[in-house]
Design a protein around this ligand. Structure first.
Ligand code: SAH
Length: 345
């Protein structure tokens, strides 16, 4: 039988676990703060814990670790991109970015992805597996230790579809937010999804003040279906109804990501339809210039055109920003970095 991961457990689970093996529940809290506040994963060095208890725990449980495989440092800003090696030798990527408002990391939630978006490098080999809560936490903690910085913002926007790994992602959020651990504000967490409608309702019902970000990329069902297979499952009407429900139940502004692809989704008709679609929703549009990948032979519009599209949204009273490209010299994003390595090695 494979051992379960101690550092994938919430505080409550760890306390219950200790009680279930005949220990006092405060032992669970000691282990939890050791992992999540002190970012220490060496159970043997946790001196508060009696030796016999450690032996007992290690019979059935283990501590997940990941290691830095490669790090790429930008020369134009302080962005760092990481490739991490998991215990089973899979590789995932994460990004560290510094902004005026604090330090942010973009983390992966799956190895690979099954959503199949045409322009995305993460999905080209399908889904390999879900990441555990500990593997998500470890991306944050390893980057904090490596940079000697504290992370205040997390975006679940790396490889994978977070809502396709729902339970583990929710556990990750619960753990990183716990005041006995990292104590990271829920308001500083953004979850990005291609639009898995039933899971958006589930998430709304959790009533967490995190920011939900929807990868929209087109306001037309037929056009969206051509670039995002999920659009064949859930129509824009269903998606927007779920978004409205999310906004109404959490009182949070939603973000809509819109990757601009030249002559595909960057015209006047998209602007008009977008403003119709987003009417009545507290929304913000984040425009992302396409990062071209080999399998998808399209380009990004030029800068002037991108700015024109943004102005078009602003004129229609839709708040819109253009995604600043951090660490553009170390290129690659959205699974491209991992891919450039796994292809070679
Ligand atoms: N599966 C989630 C999160 C991961 S993708 C989602 O779909 O939202 C994070 C964002 O990057 C999404 O908006 C995605 O559409 C976008 N993206 C992926 N590949 C891209 C590329 N090559 N160029 C620009 N944006 C890309």
């Amino acid at each position: 039988m494979s051992k379960f991961e101690l550092n994938s457990m919430t505080l409550e689970e760890l306390k219950n676990y200790m009680v279930s093996i005949g220990e006092k529940s405060y032992r669970g809290e000691q282990v939890f703060t050791y992992f999540n506040r002190h970012k220490n994963l060496e159970l043997d060095s946790l001196n508060q814990l009696p030796k016999e208890l450690k032996i007992k725990i290690k019979e059935k449980a283990k501590v997940n670790t990941i290691e830095i495989y490669k790090r790429f440092d930008s020369k134009i800003d302080s962005t760092k991109k990481y490739l991490f090696l998991l215990e089973d030798k899979n590789i995932i990527e994460s990004v560290f970015m510094q902004y005026k408002h604090g330090n942010s990391v973009c983390i992966s939630t799956q190895v690979g992805c099954k959503m199949g978006c045409m322009f995305c490098a993460s999905t080209k080999e399908g889904l390999i597996r879900n990441l555990t809560p500990a593997e998500m936490l470890n991306q944050v903690y390893m980057i904090e230790k490596d940079t000697n910085e504290t992370i205040s913002n997390i975006v679940l926007m790396g490889s994978g579809e977070p809502l396709d790994n729902y339970d583990n992602v929710l556990k990750f959020i619960n753990i990183i937010h716990d005041e006995k651990g990292h104590n990271l504000s829920l308001r500083n967490i953004t979850l990005s999804t291609c639009g898995v409608v039933p899971k958006i309702y589930d998430l709304a019902k959790e009533n967490l003040p995190i920011t939900l970000s929807i990868s929209l990329h087109s306001p037309f069902d037929d056009e969206r279906s051509k670039i995002m297979p999920i659009a064949r499952r859930y129509s824009l009407e269903e998606l927007m109804r779920a978004c409205k429900f999310y906004g109404d139940s959490t009182n949070r502004r939603l973000t809509f990501e819109y990757t601009l692809i030249e002559n595909v989704n960057d015209g006047e008709k998209e602007l008009n339809e977008l403003s119709r679609l987003l009417k009545g929703i507290n929304a913000h549009v984040n425009l992302i210039p396409l990062n071209p990948i080999e399998e998808y032979k399209e380009e990004r519009p030029n800068r002037e055109h991108i700015e024109r599209f943004q102005k078009g949204l602003l004129k229609r009273n839709i708040p819109a920003t253009i995604r600043r490209e951090m660490g553009s010299d170390i290129s690659a994003s959205c699974g491209q970095l991992r891919r450039s390595i796994t292809d070679k090695e």
